[in-house]
Design a binder for this molecule. Structure first.
Ligand SMILES: Nc1ncnc2c1ncn2[C@@H]1O[C@H](COP(=O)(O)OP(=O)(O)OP(=O)(O)O)[C@@H](O)[C@H]1O
Length: 478
């Protein structure tokens, strides 16, 4: 009520209704403002420059009015605003005008078109150059330069980290997976990556994305196994303001919206609840989504890469995975082989992992032939991730610069020692001695050659241990 009254008073006010008076008021605003104001007509001709701006640029009003804006301020963008109708809010601009001592300074500029109905009739620029604003502008410029630098570096780093070239492997089954994945990268179709845990599904997903047309937009990973079912919809599609208690003010974008133009990587897709599968299918079909608590539809353009170590076909058969969604996701299928069928690649992996560690810690650690042989005979249920952990662990335990049996985990050794130790021409007593020697060395190293502790752990008398050390010719280090 009070508001309406105020508006009536305003529109009926004689001073306000008198055009001449109103112009005087606006001229005063321009005159007393600390900020610069520049006004051009729709052709870009200057029709007003206020006192603050004239003084800042050390210009005289009579030399400015009537001239084209770029004759006075060489790199002005105000003329563009009347053509495009766009608005620039608080952008950093470097002045390039005449001989003023303030030439080359960074200022903060807002540019806006003035419209009469649909027609742009002029453009107004507000230029902030108070001391504070100049400082802020200079800092913003420096920060922006830095951000651009890091963005480029990040692109370079991420691009090389996740490229097909940086992936290790030369074996036939791995090369076949790479061949299909490279083809997939060139298309925009959905990709389903299958393979046991630790085989490199996430590595493949990233390589496909960074080799695709979408590489300059984000790839966003959604771990379907890690998000509680009741939060999954809002995680994927976002929520509108006030849609539930605890919702962030202004709502939140979901991962699909964040990945717009890029790739959504649905990891562990087999763990997606059935209700969510239906919602996902709808978004993939319609190419638009609705945030939780909103009926507004938002178009999304994403490529889907999903991954699983479960058997989705079985899940379809027993009704835990939707058949229609399965077909939509499984357009290009890349089967990533387990490590045990690419044993030829083990040496390459070990070399590469050790090279990384050596570079990082400035060392020169390698692996013994026998230890490598053991690694090549193990079945690797945890695949490349397990191999990497074994190398990291062995590296951290090494005393000399060679990884031997002693540093390899017991689980691997127990299953693999015999075939390695069984060399042609050896008798059973020799083989037993070899095996015993390995066990003793491994325990002695673990206990820093403390014989009392080692004998205790092995459940033998100390004197027996000394005898065996002598008989088996084990060297005791200080
Ligand atoms: N070809 C490769 N070259 C180099 N490193 C690889 C390769 N494949 C996998 N790795 C490494 O192996 C580890 C496991 O890979 P990744 O996380 O991609 O496996 P995953 O199949 O997605 O596993 P999970 O199913 O358990 O999520 C990572 O450290 C990754 O860097």
């Amino acid at each position: 009520m009070e508001n309406n009254k105020a508006i009536e008073t305003h529109s009926e006010n004689p001073t306000w209704n008198n055009l001449h008076d109103r112009i005087l008021i606006y001229e005063k605003i321009l005159e007393i403002s600390d900020d610069g104001f520049l006004i051009v007509d729709r052709d870009g001709t200057i029709i007003e420059m206020n006192k603050a701006y004239l003084e800042f640029l050390e210009l005289k009003k009579q030399n400015v009015i009537g001239r084209h804006v770029t004759d006075v301020i060489l790199n002005s963008k105000l003329g563009e605003i009347t053509k495009s109708g766009r608005e620039d809010v608080n952008v950093v601009h470097k002045l390039a005008s005449g001989q003023s001592p303030n030439k080359d300074k960074y200022v903060i500029v807002t540019r806006a078109p003035v419209s009469d109905g649909n027609k742009v009739i002029a453009a107004v620029g507000q230029i902030k150059f108070t001391r504070n604003a100049l400082d802020i502008a200079a800092k913003l410029k420096a920060m922006d330069d830095e951000v651009q630098y890091y963005r480029k570096e990040l692109e370079r780093f991420v691009g090389s980290k996740y490229s097909f070239q940086s992936m290790i492997g030369e074996s036939a089954p791995f090369n076949e997976a790479i061949r299909i994945a490279k083809k997939a990268a060139k298309s925009d179709m959905s990709v389903l990556l299958t393979g046991e845990t630790g085989t490199g599904k996430e590595v493949f997903a990233n390589a496909i994305h960074y080799d695709s047309e979408r590489k300059n937009r984000p790839i966003i990973r959604i771990n379907c196994a890690a998000i509680p079912a009741e939060l999954m919809e809002s995680e994927l599609f976002g929520y509108a303001e006030g849609s539930f208690t605890g919702a962030v003010k202004g709502g939140k974008k979901g991962k699909f919206e964040l990945a717009n133009g890029g790739t959504v990587f649905l990891d562990e897709i087999g763990d997606m609840p059935l209700t969510m599968q239906a919602k996902l299918l709808r978004v993939l079909q319609e190419k638009e989504l609705e945030k939780v608590g909103s009926s507004e539809t938002i178009p999304v353009d994403v490529r889907i890469i999903s991954a699983t170590n479960q058997n989705l076909e079985d899940m379809v058969r027993n009704g835990t995975f939707r058949e229609d969604l399965y077909y939509r996701l499984n357009v290009i299928r890349v089967e990533i082989p387990p490590l045990r069928v690419r044993m030829d690649d083990i040496e390459l992996f070990v070399e590469a992992f050790l090279a990384d560690l050596n570079e990082k810690y400035d060392t020169d650690v390698s692996i013994s032939e026998d230890a490598l042989k053991v690694l090549k005979q193990y079945k690797w249920p945890g695949n490349i991730r397990e191999l990497k952990n074994v190398i990291d662990r062995s590296y951290s335990l090494v005393d000399d610069s060679i990884i031997t049996f002693s540093q390899l985990p017991k689980t691997i050794l127990v299953k693999n020692r015999l075939p390695v130790l069984m060399k042609a021409g050896k008798t059973l007593p020799d083989l037993v001695d070899d095996f015993e020697k390995e066990i003793l060395i491994s325990y002695l190293e673990k206990n820093s050659y403390n014989c009392v502790k080692t004998a205790e752990e092995l459940g033998i008398h100390r004197a027996t241990l000394y005898n065996k050390i002598e008989k088996l010719n084990i060297k005791i280090r200080d």
